[in-house]
Design a protein around this ligand. Structure first.
Ligand code: ADP
Ligand code: MG
Length: 238
């Protein structure tokens, strides 16, 4: 029998379980229990050292916790959720047959495109199907592609439209929900839209919420979408 190697999701699952949040000082991405495709994708994208928000959020998210992360613009929040998304689906041996595994919601098309570009870079050695759902194409064109996707990056209005109108769009297997720029999602008046999206999703899931600021509006959104979240805030040095 072939020995289980480092790429085996079962071995990786054990490494994550053994990973002690308090004892391990995370500095480099190689300090984390990550799959080979992710390690290779980060390396090829020249990411080596974690930012503060990444060092705090990624270990908790890898262990499956719901997280509410606040850190200013430019602090590296995108990788803080994209790495846990890739790892969660990899460890679950997600395949094209499993359908939608992760939904990433961004307030604007431009930000969604940026997230998608980073996902393509660091996810290049994974085999997941990822798509962008931000409108601008015909609904029918998007409908045909939706069913094949494992990871979607979307804007709130457009994805809700599909949830309401695309009969074949199945979200019942969803493992992870990401709300990025939660403060802007709220400022742009998407509260009711996000509430309606969450209504469609399975309750048993992991949710990560990131924002540049901590406001009452963000905690309102968190209350409705997160379960016993870990609160992570990165403050600027005085
Ligand atoms: P935020 O979402 O917090 O505004 P981003 O995720 O957009 O921040 O990242 C801001 C910039 O920092 C991007 O150019 C990104 O490539 C870079 N970056 C993110 N993480 C790292 C890292 N660990 N090492 C080096 N650069 C990074
Ligand atoms: Mg961002």
């Amino acid at each position: 029998k072939r020995k289980r190697d480092a790429e085996d999701p079962v071995v990786l699952e054990q490494r994550v379980a053994d990973f002690n949040l308090k004892e391990v000082d995370v500095k480099n991405f190689t300090d984390l229990p990550l799959s080979l495709p992710t390690v290779s994708g980060l390396d090829a994208s020249h990411f080596k050292i974690l930012t503060d928000i990444q060092a705090k959020a990624i270990p908790l998210a890898l262990k499956g916790a719901d997280c509410l992360g606040a850190a200013k613009t430019g602090s590296g929040k995108t990788l803080a959720f994209l790495i846990p998304v890739l790892e969660s689906l990899y460890r679950k041996r997600w395949t094209s047959l499993d359908g939608l595994g992760a939904l990433i919601i961004s307030p604007t098309r431009e930000l969604a495109i940026q997230i998608f570009d980073v996902l393509r870079k660091i996810g290049r050695y994974h085999t997941f199907a990822a798509g962008l759902v931000i409108g601008g194409k015909s609904l029918q064109e998007e409908q045909e592609r939706l069913g094949k996707m494992n990871i979607l990056v979307c804007t709130p209005g457009r994805i809700l439209q599909h949830m309401d109108q695309t009969a074949s769009f199945d979200v019942n297997n969803l493992q992870m929900l990401i709300l990025d720029e939660a403060d802007r999602i709220m400022d742009m008046g998407f509260q009711a839209t996000v509430d309606a999206i969450v209504e469609h999703l399975p309750k048993e899931r992991q949710t990560l919420l990131f924002s540049a600021t901590q406001t009452k509006k963000v905690s309102d959104l968190a209350r409705l979408s997160l379960q016993e979240p870990e609160y992570i805030a990165v403050h600027e040095a005085a």
